[in-house]
Write a protein that binds this ligand. Structure first.
Ligand SMILES: Cc1cc2nc3c(=O)[nH]c(=O)nc-3n(C[C@H](O)[C@H](O)[C@H](O)COP(=O)(O)OP(=O)(O)OC[C@H]3O[C@@H](n4cnc5c(N)ncnc54)[C@H](O)[C@@H]3O)c2cc1C
Length: 452
């Protein structure tokens, strides 16, 4: 492997030539908008049921959040509304390699939320009760037990919340592999293929207009990640959504001190398949202020109050980029989705410096291990930090799956199964009734249980 290639293991997901698809199909039973883990998993589950699916991705498969995340596959600490879907997701991850015949780097190394004080340990321990309700074997580890799992940490951790059955996977591998599995099951996967909008006939979906032509269909899933609010807004559907920039880095291969995902206020770290570590700051949520920040402010107040200690507001070009982006457009001309093929924010240098500092403080044995790659991703969040999965009543045939709020990678395969069930009108066995879009407009209290 050349030095250049070694530096771009993660970024290889969203670089390289963008080739236009040969031809879009004239018709499909279902058109999926978005080639992230949610879109491709749904396409895979639908295709396995014999449904004809065309998936349109404006850039690369996993080019945005799904290829840029930490790779944690965890049920630990989740909102109760997500837990059944996440439990199913873990079952799917465990069998994925055998089912699709490709390695996605999934392994169960456990998840550790470490506590720096007795008070913090007690607060973390509250989730053990939640876990018990769902039959999850989460428990509190003592400081000595934690030291046996995580070696050589130079901090005085008091213990940790621990779920042995949680795991991790490699984001640059997983979503492309599931997309290939969907293709083998009969789905058509189109990259460099932005969807500009939809057509309706007699009030319901009748076609999808892409930059490369029209696909006649009665059913559309919008799984457009950070673009969902803009896309849906152009159809008159209000989807409250804000973005948070996450900066991540990867070290060179190094000594194995842990085999799981470890979170501390200062650091999120997990072992990688290549022998290095994916690392990020434990307590920085950087929100670039945009016109949407003002539009949705009231709905996000509860989440902001919960996270106020760690939210950093930044004022920069994102405000003007969104300001200048049209909110409606003509479907026979290039749309905002063609203007930004890949949402590729720059990693924040100050956050990177903090990650390096915190890594060296907590794990001094890694102080001479170089960081070989860094990147950032725009996390999209819903007001209560859990996904929105719903069929839109005002536009029959139009469905939404978005708002995975910084933890959609792990739950992606389970979400795909649940969404495919919703679309096909079949019981997937996963209850998604609490994830409807209307919860933000019908006076229901907006109560985040977990954090981004
Ligand atoms: C830094 C970071 C760390 C994270 N860490 C974790 C973690 O450890 N564990 C975890 O579970 N989750 C994590 N997440 C969250 C997780 O990555 C996301 O929740 C998940 O990937 C969302 O998947 P998605 O398919 O909904 O969206 P995305 O992966 O963003 O995919 C949406 C796709 O839609 C495409 N698109 C948009 N509009 C159009 C259009 N009009 N036409 C065609 N295509 C379109 C986009 O190009 C994009 O590729 C993290 C996210 C980030 C950014």
């Amino acid at each position: 492997m050349t030095a250049q290639a070694a530096e771009n293991i993660v970024a290889s997901t969203w670089s390289g030539p963008l080739e236009s698809p040969p031809q879009v199909p004239a018709t499909a039973d279902v058109v999926v908008i978005g080639g992230g883990i949610v879109g491709v998993s749904t396409a895979w589950f639908l295709a396995k049921q014999g449904v004809s699916v065309a998936l349109c991705e404006k850039g690369y498969i996993a080019g945005e959040q799904s290829g840029r995340n930490w790779g944690w596959v965890r049920v630990q600490g989740r909102d109760t509304r997500e837990i059944p879907m996440m439990q199913e997701s873990l079952r799917i991850w465990a069998g994925l390699k055998d089912e699709i015949g490709e390695d996605v780097g999934f392994t169960r190394g456990g998840c550790f939320f470490s506590a720096n004080s007795e008070k913090q340990l007690e607060a973390l321990g509250a989730w053990v009760k939640t876990a018990q309700q769902f039959g999850i074997g989460t428990r509190l580890l003592s400081a000595a037990e934690l030291r046996r799992h995580v070696k050589g940490a130079a901090v005085d951790w008091k213990g940790a919340l621990y779920t042995e059955s949680d795991g991790r996977a490699e984001p640059h591998k997983a979503t492309p592999a599931i997309a290939r599995a969907a293709e083998r099951s009969g789905a058509t996967i189109l990259t460099s293929c932005a969807v500009r909008g939809i057509e309706t006939s007699a009030g319901r979906v009748s076609a999808v207009i892409t930059e490369h032509g029209t696909i006649k269909t009665a059913t559309v899933l919008c799984a457009a990640g950070a673009w969902t609010s803009l896309f849906c807004g152009s159809l008159g559907i209000n989807v409250p959504q804000l973005k948070v920039r996450g900066t991540v880095a990867r070290t060179a291969p190094a000594e194995k001190m842990l085999n799981g995902n470890v979170f501390d206020d200062r650091l999120g770290i997990r072992r990688r398949e290549d022998g290095g570590y994916s690392i990020a700051h434990g307590s920085v949520l950087e929100h670039p202020v945009t016109p949407s920040s003002f539009r949705y402010f009231v709905k996000f107040v509860p989440a902001l109050m919960q996270e106020f200690r760690i939210v950093r507001l930044s004022f920069g070009r994102e405000f003007f980029d969104e300001w200048q982006t049209p909110r409606t457009w003509s479907l026979d001309k290039p749309s905002p989705f063609e203007a930004t093929r890949v949402l590729n924010p720059a990693p924040n240098k100050r956050v990177l410096a903090g990650i390096r500092r915190n890594l060296d403080t907590i794990f001094p044995q890694l102080a001479s291990t170089p960081i070989v790659e860094s990147w950032a991703g725009m996390i999209e969040s819903s007001p209560d930090v859990v996904p929105i999965i719903d069929s839109v009543g005002s536009v029959p045939g139009f469905h939404i799956a978005t708002g995975f709020s910084g933890h959609g990678f792990g739950i992606g395969p389970g979400a795909g199964k649940a969404i495919a069930g919703m679309i096909a009108g079949k019981d997937s066995g996963i209850d998604i009734s609490d994830l409807r879009l209307t919860r933000f407009f019908d006076g229901s209290p907006i109560r985040p249980q977990s954090s981004i």
